[in-house]
Structure formats: structure tokens, C-alpha cells
Write a protein that binds this ligand. Sequence first.
Ligand code: SIN
Length: 531
Amino acid sequence: MRVVESDILVVGTGIAGLTFALRVAEEHDVVLVTKKASLESNTNYAQGGLAAVTATEDSFREHVVDTLHAGAGLCHRDRVDMLVRSAPQAIGDLIDWGVEFTRRGGKLALGREGGHSHARIVHSQDRTGAAIEAALDQAVAEHPRITLLEDHMALSLRIACGAGRRRCVGAWVLDVDACEPLEVRARATMLAAGGSAALYRHTTNPAIATGDGVAAAYRAGATVANMEFIQFHPTALYPAREHAFLISEAVRGEGAVLRDEKGMSFMPRYDARADLAPRDIVARAVHSELKRSGAPHVWLDATEIPGELLEARFPNILEECRGRGIDPASERIPVVAAAHYVCGGVWTDMDGRTTVPGLYAAGECACTGVHGANRLASNSLSEAVVFAERAAVRMQQQLPDSGTAVSIEEASLADFSGFPSDAGHELRGRLKALMWQHFGIVRTADEMRQGARELVLLRDEWRAACGAALPSGSGARWVEAVELGNMLDVARLIVSCALWRTESRGLHHVTDYPYRDNENYLRDSFVIPTE
Ligand code: SIN
């Protein structure tokens, strides 16, 4: 097997992976792997922006309060406080790396989104993620100490054992084009492998968001938390194809209004903050309106936004809508809710350390304790930069010697290159339907239990399909098999957290237990792997 050696391995090229790599590469050699092209990440699709206090009329206190409020009692206050105070500097760092944010009158222009008491979203029109990815990608490409391996998928973490302690020392990675695994030896590893919302039938995430980081970390012994809190975005363009196009919450921030099938604004009936209520409330309202009316979608009405502002602020959204024959300047936009963000993930401390020494996590695959039961809009890009930068400092203080002798736990590196593609495609579709139906916006105890039983059967079918894999095939099929295995692992974690929490809180809404139970559940839902 080919071996690659480096000081530090980074998995994932979204905002967390790229900022982390750039920081540690100031002093160390870095190998950065991504299963697709570097630009293809969840970050790239982010429209909204980064929440940060930059206006004089705003305050850290109010940003903290808004975050805690959205998080429904589960945010860790010390971490939220740190995030909020560090977010303005994170914006400055991104600007230094070449990211261009929209300005008005020489100052950063600020958007407003649900749950925020002030306009505080720093953005780049409605293509913030793409602007960030483009700038960071270029900085990474030009960096002499970063080796970027595209089309390389992390299969399994490399765990060393010695003196009763386990430590992550790199990963086994599939070179997809060559269709062969290689061993990446590293003194420490950062997992920034992105989200898991592609587990759902309708999602704003690209198909690659299959929870690879969470699954690999869990299998390597890392604690995972809060996986029941799946955030559904209330305004995905209808019809929501497999990868639904997002209509940013910032459109409501500029004055757009949700309307029912009769053209009536309905959000004021659900929450005093109406269309700018936190996302869990708006998504549930959309769900309930569709249930009541039987309509396939609700409407987002942006026609009251002045035409000039609409064109300048949302060129990407206008282009997509007009391409589909809808002109938001004069017509309502048909929208539905779609899975968007997973608030849970690999549990970390304030410096991105997981419970496995040598293994760090940041970005959507991590659970840092700042989002609680419902992420405040646009807090996640800020969180990714702030925690990645802290992790970079901490990791460099704690890097072990490269020469430390270790014995490595064997990984199971079965060759799945002949994985039967048709079966894989069919199983993936069934898993996505199962998650949508049984662990969606509104849940019932019976449906969740039924979903859990069906999941066990799907897993058996996946195992059988892997067993039937012929010994030769392609790297792409190997990726399909591993992604599906990861999705099934992540689904199991969602199920386990969702069944444990017999209350309704934030994004976890169960009709059988409609209220918060602070006595028993005012705490994170941890899943600790057993040997
Ligand atoms: C949006 O633009 O509505 C999404 C922002 C986010 O998910 O934070």
C-alpha cells in the first residue's frame, strides 16, 4: 500500500477545513483530502453569510441572547460567548485571505435573518459560500506546505494504541481514480468533512453530504452528540429536486413574506416575530400549513422588496428562479421545507478536540455546543472559522513527536470497488425516504420506532450488497458503498438520539410529547461508542 506522510491530515475542504489548513500550514506540512473537487462542499452553496456583531447599534450580549434563545436551552453559554466575541475577528481573517464581502457606504453591508434581533449577517450578495470557497481555495492552492488530494475519500481513521491509550494518527484514504487505498500517516488529524443532510429525501445539501466525518469518528471511538436536531430550511424552491435550491432566509430579512394557498400571510398566527421567527418555528409552520391545505407548497412573496435592492442583493436567486420561469420581482415563489443542517456531530471541547486524542473536528461534522437544539441562522460559518482557528492553535501545542513508536489498529479495508451500483442507488433512495418520513420536521413515537426497525433491515441489505461485490470495479463504486455505510451509521445515531429524547425541544418535535421536559432532558444527547 502506498504511504503518504505529513505532520497534519485535514479531511474536508469546506470553510472549516480550508481555514484550519491555512493556519497550521504556517508552521507544519499538511495533507488535505477531499472526496470530490475542492470547491464542491456544503460551504460553496451557503447563500446567507456569517453572523457577527460589527454595527455600533448591535452588541455581543444581544447576539449571545439570540443564540441561546434559538438553541432552546441546550447551548453552552461559555462557548456561545466565546464564539460571539471572536466572530468579528474571524470576518477580518477571511478578508485577509481575500474574501470580498458586500459593502455599503464603505462599511460591511449587514443582512437580517430569523431569530436575530439586529441586522448582523456579513455576506457576499447571495453567494457568500462560493466567495469564501473561491478565495480560500486559491490561498490553499498557492501554499507551499499544503498538499491537496482531490478525489480522495477518507475510509477509516488510523488509530494507534499504546500504554492503554488510543490516538488518531492519520487515516486510510481511497484514491478514487486509482481505485486503491493509501495510508496517510499524520501526527494529528482534523475532521472537517461537512454535514449529513443528504440522508433526507429533500435537502438543500449536495449529494456528497453523507455524514462521512461523523461516521468515521464514531467508528474510531469518538463521542457524538445531539444528532436528533436536524434543521429544516423553510424555503427551498419547489419542486425540491434531490438537491433543492435554497431561497435564502435573507430574502425574508429584506421583507419577503410567506403566504398560504389563498395568498394570506400565515406566520403572524404562529409567532410574534412572524416571518423572522427562528427556523424551527417557521419550518413547522410551513409543514402545518401544507398539512391543513393539502397544497404541494406555500408561497414566498418578495414582490414588495424594491426592485433595485432585489437585483443587487440576490442575483443568484433571481437567476435560478427566472431560469425556471418565475420572476420574483413580480411573482410569488413556490417553496417547501427541506433538510438543511445537522446541529449535532462529533463532540468537541472549546478547542475542537474530540474524545479521541489526536483527533479534532470542526465545521458541520462537529458538535461544539454552540447550536443547542436549533442553530441560529448564519452562526455556522462563523463557528467553523472560530473553532477551526482555535483548534489550529491547540493542535500545534500538542503535536506528538513524529517518531513516536506505535502499534496501529487494523482497519477493515474491504475492496468494495465492485459494489452493485443499482442496489446501492435503490438502498440510498429508501434510506432517504425513511428518514424523511420517520425523522422529519414533526415526529411521532410510533413512526420513529417503526423507522428504527426498518433501518435495521436496510443495514442488512447493505451488508448483503457489500458481500455480493465483485472483486474488481471502480473507485466510484467503492465510494458509493462507503458513503451508504456512513449514511446508515449516521442514521443509526439520529435514531438513537431521537428515541432517547422523549420531549419536544427545538428541532426535535414529537407530537406524543409536545412539551419541553427540563427536569429530565435539559442536557445534550451523547452517544458514546462501546468497544
Ligand atoms: C440562508 O441563507 O437562509 C441559510 C443561512 C444558514 O443556513 O445559516
